[in-house]
Design a protein around this ligand. Structure first.
Ligand code: PEP
Ligand code: MG
Length: 894
């Protein structure tokens, strides 16, 4: 016979903490507490398997369930010395859901079950408190009717309000037993009127109704939405916990409360909690009365006039404090507990791992490792890498009021406020001339906006996804960014943005939270990050564990310095095109692109060489001998082309040709699909002189820095968007030639490497051939995702939302590596590459290099390093350590 019911209470239990999948979190922990000898009201858990059965069999239960429930109920009656439905000494129970993962408030709960017109009298007599009994009964009718019978809450609220106004009072507590009796009568009349059948008096009917409602609530809309948001599979189902009621509302020697074994907001090892005297659990949650602090220390901190439990119920407090220590030592983690005291007797109703702020999580993990409660490895496993973001950027003050305007993609974390401007140019003017702080609002951004993006406090775009230009650049700069905020309409001409009937004009202040994607009207105060000692300590531990190296994507001296500060072990991607948008240079770059002849291009390139050389000198100096991978020019040319007549005239003048010539050439370079057009090494193939100039700048800089510092620089030169070995061969030959020339001119030799990005499916498949020439691979998973999915990284945001909602793709593949498709290509390329060239150095430099689940994948395929934006370096270090420990759980740890 299958086991469908697991009992607990009376000092023992049939379940255990490690049976969460079957018993749900609540049920498993109640069983564990019972086994530990902690006072838990007896009860039983109907496991998740029954939920699965229920849905697989047209809402029917397994045949043996009724009998097993009846037996379990008898055990509860014996322990409690009371009888379910009894006229003299009734047992009351609570019926609660309890899924594997906590889903707070998402499913239904029923308290005080077992009361009817007869047993309520028994309860009144046994407790000596008729008022309490009838109050409990009316609470039960209200909850049960709402949850199980579908008679809405407000009907009962109306009756209660009427009762109070009849008696001319405002507080529930002022109602007498007789008042409650009348209310109960009216409640029952209401149920009869609404349903045509009376409120169920048979306690077993009540119980089965409640059990069915809890299983039913697994499929309510709230729960479905919550599961989708938290990646909880539907198939898990919920368990149902039926447990003897204990009462915190039987008088002034009763109370109920919640507590944490440590302070969940800062992680201090202080007992932290609140309680309400003479109250039931939902009163605490409802926040009707101000709760009292558990400890004297807590009361002092809160400047509360209300006495603490430590002061008014010292014995119970001592017992609770002992349980706190016992549970924390047992679970080896901070616990969040619920308790009730009935006539001075303490009962524990729940324990679970407590939620905490990231700061608290760090402190608790480091402290517990120092206390010897957990190992350092366990401490590392306790921190969600993604949550570290909170510590590296300013965040919104949680206490501050906010006025939400819209929600977009959380493209680059951090919170910022500023005056709205609608062009990169205006951003620069407002910041430099008017000394204002601005938020740059664009439909989308392009490389020429870089200057304005740099000076802005935050960036908001209405189009584009997680790897759109705005998102990538903002993350690199550590600037908060909300991207793809489709609800907002931007009118550049009118300099306004409109959303939900509201208009925000240029110069008005907004706040964005790039960690949540929210946009607020007005200024919301922020809190600055503090990299505390615990952060540094954990990072030290992390570095002793991980095997993956962590580099950064950086090109400016500021970014490179930030990367080093956060512990980057090199630069995995220097995007040289980002160096070309400086106002001093863009004109020369345009001249070069628009030149009709090689000679014209070479003339312009000669002007760029000194700038480019200095860029690399700076970079090599900052990186002090750490590896630096420099990618030669990559982006579609149109990004550099002039847009306005004035810009065309400027280029024409610099090049000494007619504006019409430049305009014609400009038009001829137009492409309908630039991302798949004349970009990457295709530029080098058609205009080798561009890559030659860049190679020369790299080698000359490397020679200079090696000479000046005595520390030899070993540049790694990377060719983008390779799809054929021959492309790489041609480019490598050109680079080798330049190297020979520079070394001869300087009478100085140094080592260098030439490798390739793997960004196209063809390159991944032909990696064996390509590795014959390439000395390293770096997976450009932004383009590899774009080309594997055939989905534009700049335009996919809006429809990907729909795809995710429909469950076609679970995650945004531009944020979290698609292991099945793109990952398979990465694997194939790694294997084929290393088969052709043993020991081939492998890295990743797409945005996925900073995403924890993608990092775990990189570890599993044997990459040597990940490279990510500077601000993600600590996240990547932690994620890499977790991956090395093999305990990464995908997108987060808890
Ligand atoms: C990539 O494609 O993953 C990459 C790193 O290059 P970019 O984002 O500059 O195209
Ligand atoms: Mg790319």
């Amino acid at each position: 016979m299958s086991k469908w019911v697991y009992s607990f209470g009376g000092g023992r239990a049939e379940g255990r903490a490690d049976m969460k999948n079957l018993l749900g979190g609540k049920g498993a922990n109640l069983a564990e507490m019972a086994n530990l000898g902690i006072p838990v009201p007896p009860g039983f858990t109907i496991p998740t398997e029954v939920c699965t059965y229920y849905y697989a069999n047209g809402n029917a239960y397994p045949a043996e369930l009724t009998e097993q429930v009846t037996e379990a109920l008898v055990r509860v009656e014996e322990i409690m010395d009371a009888k379910f439905g009894d006229a003299a000494n009734p047992l009351l129970v609570s019926v609660r859901s309890g899924a594997r993962a906590s889903m707070p408030g998402m499913m239904d709960t029923i308290l005080n079950l077992g009361l009817n017109d007869v047993s309520v009298e028994g309860l009144a007599k046994r407790s000596g408190d008729a008022r309490f009994a009838y109050d409990s009964y009316r609470r039960f009718i209200q909850m049960y009717s709402d949850v199980v019978l579908g008679v809405e809450h407000h009907h009962f609220e109306d009756i209660l309000e009427e009762a109070k106004s009849d008696r001319d009072i405002t507080l529930d507590t002022e109602l007498t037993a007789d008042d409650w009796k009348k209310v109960v009568g009216k409640y029952k009349d209401k149920v009869l009127a609404e349903l045509g059948t009376p409120f169920p008096q048979d306690v077993h009917d009540q119980l089965w109704g409640a059990v069915g409602a809890v299983f039913g609530s697994w499929m309510n809309q709230r729960a479905i939405t919550y599961r989708r948001l938290h990646d909880i599979p539907e198939i898990w189902g919920t368990a149902v916990n039926v447990q003897a009621m204990v009462f915190g509302n039987m008088g002034d020697d009763c109370c109920t409360g919640v507590c944490f074994t440590r302070d969940p907001s800062n992680g201090d090892n202080d007992f932290y909690g609140e309680f309400l005297v003479n109250a039931q659990g939902e009163d605490v949650v409802a926040g009707i009365r101000t709760p009292q602090q558990l400890t004297k220390h807590g009361r002092e901190l809160q400047h509360s006039d209300l006495p603490s439990m430590e002061e008014v119920m010292p014995e119970v407090f001592r017992e609770l404090n002992a349980i706190r220590h016992k549970l924390e030592a047992h679970y080896k983690d901070m616990q969040d507990m619920e308790f009730t005291v009935q006539q001075k007797r303490l009962w524990m109703l729940q324990t679970r791992t407590g939620k905490r702020t990231t700061n608290a999580a760090l402190k608790i993990a480091v402290d517990m490792a120092r206390e010897g409660l957990i190992t350092r490895k366990e401490a590392i496993g306790r921190i969600d890498p993604a949550a570290l973001d909170q510590l590296l950027h300013p965040t919104l003050d949680p206490k501050a009021a906010r006025d939400l305007l819209a929600r977009g993609l959380p493209a680059s974390p951090g919170a910022a406020s500023g005056k709205v401007v609608f062009s990169a140019e205006d951003a620069e003017i407002w910041v430099k001339d008017k000394k204002e702080q601005v938020i740059l609002v664009r439909i989308e951004t392009s490389p020429e906006d870089i200057g304005g993006m740099h000076v802005s406090e935050g960036i908001l775009t209405t189009r584009g996804g997680m790897t759109s230009h705005a998102a990538v650049v903002a993350r690199g700069m550590g600037t908060p960014c909300v991207a793809g905020c489709g609800e907002i309409r931007v009118d550049y001409a009118a300099k306004t943005l409109k959303v939900a009937g509201r208009v925000v004009r240029e110069g008005e202040i907004i706040t964005i939270d790039g960690g949540t994607g929210e946009v607020f009207a007005g200024a919301v105060p922020t809190i600055q990050p503090e990299l505390t000692g615990d952060f540094a300590t954990l990072m030290e531990w992390v570095d002793t564990i991980r095997t993956l190296k962590v580099r950064a994507n950086a090109e400016t001296p500021v970014d490179a310095a930030t990367a080093r500060k956060f512990g980057a072990e090199g630069i995995g991607l220097c995007r040289t095109e980002h160096m070309f948008f400086d106002p001093e240079r863009i004109l020369v770059v345009r001249e070069m692109i628009l030149a009709e002849t090689e000679k014209g291009r070479r003339a312009a390139l000669a002007k760029l060489l000194p700038f480019q050389r200095q860029d690399f000198v700076d970079l090599f100096n900052i990186m002090q001998g750490l590896p630096v991978t420099i990618r030669l020019l990559d982006p579609p040319l149109h990004e550099f082309l002039p847009h306005t007549d004035a810009e065309i005239a400027e280029v024409a003048q610099a090049a000494g040709v007619e504006a019409s010539v430049v305009a014609a050439r400009n038009a001829s370079l137009h492409e309908s699909n630039p991302m798949l057009g004349h970009r990457g090494c295709r530029l080098g193939i058609t205009y080798p002189e561009i890559y030659e100039m860049q190679a020369r700048a790299i080698f000359e800089a490397a020679v200079q820095v090696s000479r000046e510092t005595g520390r030899t620089v070993t540049p790694e030169i990377m060719i983008p968007l390779v799809g054929a070995k021959k492309e790489l061969d041609l480019m490598k030959a050109a680079i080798d030639k330049v190297a020979g020339e520079v070394f001869a001119e300087a009478s100085y030799q140094l080592k260098y490497m030439v490798g390739t990005m793997i960004e196209l499916p063809r390159a991944a498949l032909l990696a064996g051939q390509i590795a014959e020439s390439a000395e390293f691979f770096s997976f450009g998973t932004n383009d590899l995702t774009q080309t594997t999915f055939g989905m534009s990284r700049d335009d996919s945001g809006p429809f990907l939302e729909v795809y995710r909602a429909k469950g076609i793709y679970e995650h945004d593949p531009f944020a979290q590596l698609d292991q099945q498709g793109v990952g398979e290509l990465v694997k194939i390329a790694s294997e084929r590459g290393r088969a052709a060239r043993p020991g081939l150095k492998l890295g990743i430099c797409g945005e996925h290099g900073g995403d924890p689940s993608s990092i775990a994948f990189c570890q599993s395929v044997g990459l040597d390093y990940v490279s990510c934006s500077p601000y993600r370096v600590p996240i990547a270090r932690l994620a890499a350590a977790q991956a090395a420990l093999g305990d990464s759980k995908g997108s987060g740890m808890h």
